[in-house]
Design a protein around this ligand. Sequence first.
Ligand code: AMP
Ligand code: MG
Length: 407
Amino acid sequence: MTSVKEAHATIRRNIKKTGFEKIHLKQTSGRTLAKNLLACFPQPRFDNSAMDGFAVRAEDTLEADNNFPAKLFLKGVIAAGETPTFEILAGECCQIMTGAKIPIGANAVVKVEDTSGFKTKDVVEIFSEAKVGKNIRYEGEEISNGDTLLDAGTLLGPGELGIAASFGYNEIEVYRKPKISIFATGDELVEPGLRLEDGQIYNSNLHIFEELSQKMGADIINAEILKDDKGSLITFLSDSLKNSHLIVSSGGISMGKHDYVRDALLELGVKEHFWRVAQKPGGPFFFGTKKDVMIFGLPGNPVSSFICFMEYVWPSCELISGRNPMKKIIAVLDKSFPRDGFKHRFLTGVVREHQGELIVSPSKKIGSHMLSSFLGSNAIIEAPPGKSSLGPGAPVVVSLLPWCDLY
Ligand code: AMP
Ligand code: MG
């Protein structure tokens, strides 16, 4: 049997990035930047005013105050977006608005509140002394021309989109979205909305996979419920192998008489890297590749497939789309955690912050069929094999579910 560590290492060795595409800035939210984005001009691009007020020569305002205001001749007005058409000479000033270009000759801005105001005509009174540079945002003070704005691999969100826009980029090169094919197999499976016959159950896993695929940023290209029938599996898989980056299945991969997923994959020329991992839940877990397609055969028990998806499929999707996988964290148990003598153990749980420490409580429902163990949980807790349970106070590795908050 493959260990969890070997399983991760094998999967990492088979990561093939999805490649790049150029898309419009508006479509880039949640995508990963493919190449470093550089500043194509300095920011600010020109010296400009940080205030609505008057552009002055600082030396003309020496010792100005309410009793002895500096009196400066009003030369004109510069609004944001305008090019100044005049210079400020000794004894002169002009009205200037926030973001407007500083005219030649001026070296400070006095905010309007410290002056006789915008209604003043001809001679403006300045009630405070301005130091050189006061209220001026200088060219390049934030970002120099040629600086790296965003590194390749950055996940694009509001701040990143804003920066790209502020440098005029309307097309951005990003990693292609991974294409995923998902299916659930089982003769007993019925879709919600239909009537259950005796012995049947509703399919939950494909709905979980669909939701997870969307959340991790993949495009679902095929999603089906299949019978435990090799022919249907082969038809679905041979089509999915043609155009997917990832194929993920639930069920039919264990030792059951009707478990045909592995046979079908092998028949289609998929290279098996491992089948069965020393972990609980999720032991009968298959990983294979064909060319650049990664295939994950997950066991049908809902908790097993959910946990395997989060542990193996999600980080693979992040890696092939150029991102770094989410970091795991360490938290302290407040209840005991049932370790296994030979298998790596995963359990859902709740992690919360308490007086600066991360505390985690494993779910009481530990069966791999007990999907309700995910309800209220915000994390997956894990522990390597060990002789006895871990007691309260022991540190454990925890993966916060990416769509959940810390309590
Ligand atoms: P299998 O891995 O096919 O042996 O299935 C293991 C268990 O998971 C069985 O009890 C199945 O009925 C159940 N199961 C398999 N697929 C699904 C599914 N899509 N939704 C809910 N339960 C499932
Ligand atoms: Mg089955």
